[in-house]
Design a protein around this ligand. Structure first.
Ligand SMILES: [Zn+2]
Length: 202
């Protein structure tokens, strides 16, 4: 993730086919996550002076409690999480902006909710770097999601996020986050969507 962030700063768009361990907290792991790669990378780049401000856009269906916990004393490392409100974790850690969605939300309502926040955050914060947790567990076939996005909805989401960030000339580092469908081929295709969206922009 740190390398992906450095490559994003150099080339504009980069991603890791892993990462997004957003339940890893400062003191302990949780929810399949040991170390919080995005928080570590953001802190490392800030402390070495490579970036001043970063925005974490976390669209995994679960709240980014670990990232919020790790970055709670870092006002210049802004955490945004949009997730299914009733989903894991029950003891959410408030981030800088949390949007909890109702169960069963479909493509159009989800994308409308996203569009309320992404442009405003990018223009307001003007980050030097965006970390994008592109979890595909909002999909309707996901075992651990509670939302109802389709493959096409996820494709539209990735095109939207990548497009909004890239057209502002802000570097974007993407990680894959969660995804728990039993059809592994379909799941892999969903994780590939963010890379396809970046490739179309590159
Ligand atoms: Zn998740």
């Amino acid at each position: 993730t740190l390398l992906a962030a450095r490559l994003a700063l150099e080339h504009g768009l980069a991603g890791s086919t892993a990462g997004g361990s957003h339940h890893g907290r400062r003191a302990a792991g949780g929810g399949f996550c040991v170390f919080n790669d995005v928080a570590v990378a953001a802190l490392a780049l800030k402390r070495e002076g490579t970036i001043r401000r970063a925005l974490v856009l976390d669209l995994d269906v679960h709240q980014g409690d670990g990232t919020a916990d790790c970055l709670t004393h870092e006002p210049d490392l802004f955490t945004f999480s949009m997730h299914a409100e009733k989903n894991y974790p029950t003891d959410k850690v408030p981030g800088d902006l949390d949007v909890g969605l109702p169960d069963g939300l479909g493509d159009d309502d989800y994308l409308a909710a996203l569009a309320l926040h992404v442009p405003r955050l990018l223009d307001g914060i003007r980050p030097d770097l965006v970390f994008y947790n592109a979890g595909v567990d909002p999909h309707r076939d996901d075992r651990l999601g509670r939302l109802a996005l389709t493959d096409e909805g996820l494709r539209r989401r990735e095109a939207y996020v990548v497009g909004e960030v890239h057209r502002r000339d802000i570097p974007l580092a993407a990680v894959i986050g969660g995804g728990y469908a039993t059809d592994v081929a379909a799941l892999a295709a969903r994780h590939a969507l963010v890379f396809e969206a970046m490739a179309e922009r590159a």
